[in-house]
Design a protein around this ligand. Sequence first.
Ligand code: ATP
Ligand code: MG
Length: 362
Amino acid sequence: MGLFTFGSSNTSLGVDIGTSSVKAIQLKKTPTGPELIAYGMAPLPHAAVEEGNIKDPQTVAAVIKEMLKNAKIRPERSFASISGQNVIMRFTKLPVMTPEELEQTVRIEAEQYVPYAIDEVSITHAVLNEITEEEGGGKYSILLVVAQKELVNSYTEVLKGGGIVPEVIDVDTIAAINALENSIMQTAGTQEGGEVVAIIDTGARTTNISVLKSGILMFTRNIPIAGNNITQMIMNVMKQEFDQAESIKLQEAEVAIGDTGGNEIADVVKNTVEELASEIRRSFDYFKAQSREPLIHKIILSGGGANLKSFNTYLSNELGVDVYMGNPLEGVNVTVTDTDMLYNNLQQFTVAIGLALRGVQE
Ligand SMILES: Nc1ncnc2c1ncn2[C@@H]1O[C@H](COP(=O)(O)OP(=O)(O)OP(=O)(O)O)[C@@H](O)[C@H]1O
Ligand SMILES: [Mg+2]
């Protein structure tokens, strides 16, 4: 404890260890709402993180440490996440009960979904909604979240190596929803019976799809098709190394709309994006059948993959749904001076913003 430490900490750091890069956002709690006071982003070497597992802990820890130093971030409260692809998320309904009873019941309920020994997993839950008397009454709608302890520990260890002690390890899917809450709620309730919104977060390795009704999460799924698939295709077709293919993608890739385009890269991109769109459609169909919701009113995009040129137009045409870019800084006052990297990569900061918000919301 330093001589000039006053009261409790009022800053909150969100750290997102993605496949392609590490992102950090530091927010400060103020009477007029959260203030963004620092941020950082640093690329990870290819294959340091694979399938949401940290393959090279030393390198990732060193990258985090260097990023914090460059961004002049001094962590106080910190929040991090693991990837949605490595957790089991299930929706269930349980009778209204005390928090202690709920804790017990959730464990028993979760056991049936867990393909591992129960003492090897951490189980958490979130109460999404209380079902009113008219709708059947006396029940909670619950999200169960199950992750392997070993995986959670590996993230905690790496973060510790980078100089961060996380208070909570969240799931990136949930953090992205948290960051986009204001974007979602802006128009919620304008639809009769509640607006149905899908959040599609396309990263380097995975695409997380979440569907919410009136702001309440109802469906989530993870698809292993994202930015790296396009890069991989460019590598194969154009006989390039990963880094070259990645920069070709960033400079030239575009989703062809209708019969326009037609060069080599456009064809490569189209293959992957078509595959992704049809997986999204399949998820939507499943959601609609299961929830008896006839319509998805809008799609909000996040993650680096959302920046792919014409991806939004293509998705909107394919799925017949309006597509918007998410604004994870809705309601956040940006006071940091150099904002270029922040706004140029805003979609990629969504998860880190959602994580940092945890520490300034209560
Ligand atoms: N302008 C752009 N055009 C096309 N793709 C882009 C653009 N900007 C970023 N990307 C892609 O976005 C991906 C990185 O996004 P993001 O940082 O959200 O992923 P990640 O968190 O590292 O990965 P994951 O969440 O899958 O583990 C990369 O595949 C990158 O090529
Ligand atoms: Mg990500």
